[in-house]
Design a protein. Structure first.
Length: 434
């Protein structure tokens, strides 16, 4: 039986306590899937997969006939997914289950603007000063309404620089009212006391500031003169009013300075630090000097672990294997999360399995086709889901969790969509068995 307790699933990003606003709907959202169902917990920001037997028990389609089934129902009652009378305490979305894919993405990455006030050397979107191209509020409203209807409950807002969008906070009110969990990443250079107050007054599940070095010399080398001072000011303004994390992009120049960065984040009031590698997309794809290799990442991971001993805030990084264990419970075929668990929407409404793949993988307009139609039948989505992999991946002990790794990284390395991610740590199955 597919019981997964929220307490067993890792939460990598800082989230404040769930407000549970009465007009935002129940804490849980259940959506039928081909294997049974996914239940989203708005408190933990986690999707929990359940098999058919467990799903039927949750929805009251069968009674508990065995001690194991009774124990499962008791556990779900303790979690609050069922009430004392056994009634499901969740919003159930319409059944759009499909045998070959999830019915909807788990998370939508929304590029709110194309333009940015900075021109970061490693920017995966290739953004910079120029036309802002903010997403129209009507298109945001359409996206959020469809996400709600599909049970796609997370939206991660990026850019460009999202806080340059003149209607961003007004547009996000639609997402908050529907009970979506909204995460926002900003370079923080435009944050004023008034904007910090406005951000803190809204129920963001995660506010994250980009900081790529412990001082002006390291940060400004990537983001431009004066960016560090302004980002630090914005971070402090936010941190004084709400929990805010820092996301640092790992470049080769950050190696050896991660402990300094962790202390700088703590001193500025940040509640966490998350380290992620620069990826071969946008501007960084054209200038590979900003990209770490897998050995750099291993060194950085060891540095981060040592740095944790010197600070009180939690320090996070991606796992060595590209997928987290909870994703692997849902994604079983070859490929990465792109088009299988997540998708991206550009400021102009183009829907793509992953923005890192570039505009060649745009599948169509949100305004013309809608999210569900493009997720279901978009050409790039079908292409990624049709991948079959390769003998190296099939024979690796990590395959069940990795699935071949990042498709964008494989393509950028000159490999094909069916080839391994060059960062993958290959270990043959026979070594695992010995």
């Amino acid at each position: 039986m597919g019981l997964v307790s929220p307490r067993e699933l890792p939460t990598l990003e800082l989230v404040p306590a769930w407000g549970g606003a009465p007009d935002a709907g129940p804490r849980y959202v259940l959506r039928p899937e081909h294997f049974g169902a996914l239940v989203y917990d708005r408190e933990t920001c986690q999707y929990m997969p359940f098999d058919r037997e467990a799903s039927e028990l949750l929805r009251g389609a069968r009674s508990a006939d065995t001690p194991a089934q009774a124990a499962f129902l008791a556990a779900m009652t303790e979690e609050g997914l069922l009430d004392a009378g056994g009634e499901l305490q969740a919003r159930v979305v319409d059944d759009r289950a499909h045998p070959g894919r999830l019915s909807a993405p788990l998370t939508v990455y929304l590029g709110a603007t194309e333009g940015c006030n900075l021109a970061c050397a490693h920017c995966q979107a290739g953004s910079g000063p120029g036309p802002l191209v903010p997403m129209p509020r009507a298109l945001m409203r359409q996206l959020f309404a469809e996400q709600h209807a599909l049970g796609s409950m997370q939206v991660h807002v990026t850019g460009g620089e999202p806080l340059l969008h003149p209607e961003l906070l007004a547009g996000l009110e639609d997402a908050f009212a529907l009970g979506l969990n909204v995460l926002l990443t900003t370079n923080a250079t435009t944050i004023t006391p008034a904007l910090a107050e406005a951000l803190a007054a809204r129920p963001f599940r995660c506010l994250s500031v980009s900081l790529d070095g412990p001082d002006a010399e390291s940060h400004d080398a990537i983001r431009g003169d004066g960016a560090f001072a302004r980002a630090l000011t914005g971070l402090r303004l936010l941190a004084a009013r709400a929990p805010v994390g820092v996301t640092a992009t790992l470049t080769p120049g950050l190696l050896g300075r991660i402990a300094e960065l962790a202390r700088a984040c703590e001193d500025a009031g940040a509640a966490s630090l998350y380290l992620r590698p620069a990826l071969p997309a946008g501007r960084a794809r054209d200038d590979r000097g900003w990209l770490p290799d897998s050995a750099d990442f291993e060194r950085a991971a060891a540095e981060l672990d040592r740095a944790q001993e010197g600070v009180s805030i939690p320090l996070f990084r991606p796992s060595r294997v590209p997928h987290q264990q909870d994703s692997a419970r849902i994604l079983e075929d070859f490929g990465c999360v792109a088009g299988n668990l997540v998708c991206s929407v550009s400021p102009t409404g183009q829907v793509n399995p992953c923005a890192l793949l570039g505009p060649a993988f745009d599948s169509g307009s949100l305004a013309e086709h809608g999210l569900h139609a493009l997720w279901s039948e978009g050409a790039a989505f079908r292409r990624l889901r049709g991948l079959r992999g390769n003998p190296d991946c099939w024979s690796c002990k990590h395959y069940d969790y990795c699935g071949g790794g990042c498709r964008a990284r494989a393509l950028a390395a000159g490999r094909g969509l069916n080839d391994p991610d060059p960062w993958c740590h290959y270990e043959p199955l026979d070594e695992a068995a010995s």
